[in-house]
Design a protein around this ligand. Structure first.
Ligand code: 13P
Length: 270
C-alpha cells in the first residue's frame, strides 16, 4: 500500500502575524508528491488562511462541544468558519498541561468529524514508560482509548510522538519507530479492519533536516509532525523535500503541479 507522505507543522504557542511570511515561503516550496499542513495558534488561523489559501491550515486543539459556556475554548465549527481544514488533537503537551484524557481526545476527534474537518491524533509514551519496557503497551492503550468512532483514513491521521523526544533533540532509532508504527497499524487493523492500511502514521519528536530522510523513509512511516523546525521555511522546507519519493527530482515541477500538491492536503472529507 502506497500512502502519500504528509509533512505537518505544529507551531504550538509560537508565531505572530509577522511570521506568516514563513508560511508563504513554505507554500511556495510545496511539491506534487508530498502533502503539507501547518497547525497554527488560533489567533493566526484567519490571517494564515488569507496569506496561503492553498496550504492546509489547522488548529492545535478543539473543544468537543459545538458551542456553549466554555470560556477560552474553540469549537470545530469555529475552526471551520476560520478556514481551518484540520486540527491536531491529543498532543502530549495538552494531555500534561490540561489533563486531557483519552476519552476527551476521542470526543474532540468526533467533533472535528461532525464538522467535516480532519484530525491528527497524537499518542506517545513517556520516558518512564520506555525505560520500563512498556512503551508499546502504553501507546496501544492510548490509541484504543482515543480512537474516534467512524475513524477512517480520509479524515484521520495518527501521530506517534514519544514525549521524551519532543523538543529534546533525542529521537528513537528508526527501528524503534518501525516497531511502534507496526504495533499501531496492527491495533488499527483490529479496530477498523481494512481501512487501517490507508491511515497515515506520522512520526513526531525532534524531527530536523538532519534526521528527516532516515525517519521519513523508515517502514510504515507516512510523514512527520514537526514542532520547532516548522517555524521557519529554512528549517521546514528541507524536511518537506526529504519526504519526497526517491525518484522525485527537486526543482523540475511546473507551477500547476506545485498547486496540485497543496490541493492534496489532509483535506476535510468532501
Ligand atoms: P519538536 O519537533 O519541537 O520536537 O516537537 C514535536 C511536536 O511536539 C510536534 O507536535
Amino acid at each position: 500500500m502506497i500512502r502519500r507522505k504528509l509533512v505537518a507543522g505544529n507551531w504550538k504557542m509560537n508565531g505572530n502575524r509577522a511570521a506568516l511570511s514563513e508560511l508563504v515561503a513554505i507554500a511556495a516550496a510545496a511539491r506534487p508528491d508530498v502533502d503539507v499542513a501547518i497547525a497554527v495558534p488560533a489567533t493566526l488561523i484567519i490571517p494564515a488562511v488569507a496569506s496561503v489559501p492553498r496550504l492546509a491550515i489547522g488548529g492545535e486543539d478543539v473543544h468537543p462541544a459545538d458551542h456553549g459556556a466554555h470560556t477560552g475554548c474553540i469549537s470545530a465549527a469555529m475552526l471551520k468558519d476560520a478556514g481551518a481544514t484540520f486540527s491536531v488533537i491529543g498532543h502530549s503537551e495538552r494531555r500534561s498541561d490540561c489533563g486531557e484524557t483519552d476519552a476527551e481526545v476521542r470526543a474532540k476527534a468526533e467533533a472535528l468529524h461532525r464538522h467535516g474537518l480532519a484530525a491528527i491524533l497524537c499518542i506517545g509514551e513517556t520516558l518512564a514508560d520506555r525505560q520500563s519496557g512498556r512503551a508499546v503497551e502504553m501507546v496501544v492503550r492510548q490509541l484504543i482509548g482515543s480512537l474516534p468512532s467512524q475513524a477512517a483514513p480520509d479524515w484521520l491521521s495518527i501521530a506517534y510522538e514519544p514525549v521524551w523526544a519532543i523538543g529534546t533533540g533525542h529521537t528513537p532509532t528508526a527501528t524503534e519507530v518501525v516497531e511502534m508504527h507496526g504495533a499501531i497499524r496492527a491495533t488499527l487493523r483490529d479496530l477498523i479492519g481494512g481501512d487501517a492500511a490507508v491511515v497515515r502514521l506520522l512520526y513526531g519528536g525532534s524531527v530536523t533536516a538532519d534526521n528527516a530522510a532516515q525517519l521519513l523513509h523508515a517502514g510504515d512511516v507516512d510523514g512527520a509532525l514537526v514542532g520547532g523546525a516548522s517555524l521557519t521555511a529554512a528549517t521546514f522546507v528541507p524536511i518537506m523535500n526529504a519526504a519526497q519519493p526517491a525518484n522525485a527530482g527537486a526543482g523540475r515541477f511546473s507551477r500547476a503541479q506545485q498547486n496540485n500538491a497543496v490541493d492534496h492536503v489532509i483535506a476535510a472529507q468532501a
